[in-house]
Design a binder for this molecule. Structure first.
Ligand SMILES: Nc1ncnc2c1ncn2[C@@H]1O[C@H](COP(=O)(O)OP(=O)(O)O)[C@@H](O)[C@H]1O
Ligand SMILES: [Mg+2]
Length: 259
């Protein structure tokens, strides 16, 4: 398998080269004593997936979330990504309390602040690459011409400008993941969240994806990424380990360079 072409550096015309606009100077995300309980249909407790997690992440940080399977990583990412709500505790996203927002408010706010990348890509099979990337802008009421311009700019940045009219099934796994990254970036989010973004990729393709993350970190985007791989976590500035629904360790480190 050939190594995918290196993505264009940020600075591609039409793509922001400055850190995104913030509402506050405080942390980008802040969890305070967050608990998430999954219940059985009869209302009894099934699992306490998060048992009191507190975490504060400042703007621009590149953070790895690690921990054994079942430790609560995806549960936490889904709360951070506003795809789920805590059972109790506080979640502030860029200074705003997400727990008290209603569903409509939270999806609009999430759309402005967060780019979320799923391990399984979650692209829409019927849409082309460009159309998939335009979807978040469509929901924001952006005009067709502007949607097209922004989607093409960000697809250029991830090296997919030659694949605009392809459907996801006509792409390799790495190209699908780069399309998913483009979709997450097209709204110029404050924070990029990714649940095992390289988990389904071979190592060369995973490296190309991590190169894009490094470039995004350099321009000031906050990145929070779940990973199982120590060599991937080594690229980050901070490693937060979960164990049985609590933070087991939280350490700063000097990031290793991507070879
Ligand atoms: N939707 C759900 N319903 C019930 N239990 C769940 C659900 N999602 C996760 N869990 C349970 O919560 C715990 C944490 O899961 P998860 O957050 O997916 O862990 P990780 O991503 O670290 O593997 C596990 O015990 C898992 O079985
Ligand atoms: Mg998981």
């Amino acid at each position: 398998m050939s190594v995918p072409a290196a993505p264009a550096l940020p600075g591609t015309p039409g793509f922001a080269t400055r850190p995104p606009a913030r509402s506050t100077d405080g942390p980008i995300v802040e969890l305070r004593e967050v608990k998430r309980v999954y219940y059985k249909p009869d209302g009894s407790v099934l699992v306490e997936a998060l048992r009191g997690v507190s975490l504060s992440i400042p703007a621009g940080q590149y953070v790895a979330i690690m921990g054994a399977s079942g430790s609560g990583k995806s549960t936490m990412m889904n709360i951070l990504g506003c795809l789920d709500r805590p059972t109790s505790g506080v979640y502030l996203l860029d200074g705003q309390d997400c727990v008290t927002m209603n569903d409509e408010e939270i999806s609009a706010y999430r759309g402005r602040k967060i780019g979320f990348i799923f391990q399984a890509f979650n692209l829409i099979p019927e849409l082309t690459v460009r159309e998939n990337v335009e979807v978040p802008l469509f929901y924001q009421g952006v005009s067709p011409a502007e949607r097209r311009r922004k989607a093409e700019a960000v697809l250029g940045m991830v090296g997919l400008d030659q694949r605009l009219g392809h459907r996801p099934s006509e792409l390799s796994g790495g190209q699908q993941q780069r399309c998913a990254i483009a979709r997450a970036l097209v709204t110029s989010p404050v924070v990029l969240m990714a649940d095992e973004p390289t988990g389904n990729l071979d190592s060369a393709t995973g490296k190309a994806v991590l190169k894009i993350f490094n470039d995004l970190h350099k321009i000031g985007i906050t990145i929070i990424m779940v990973t199982h791989a120590p060599e991937v976590a080594a690229l980050c500035q901070r490693v937060v380990r979960l164990r049985d629904g609590v933070v087991e360790s939280d350490t700063m480190q000097v990031p290793s360079t991507l070879e």
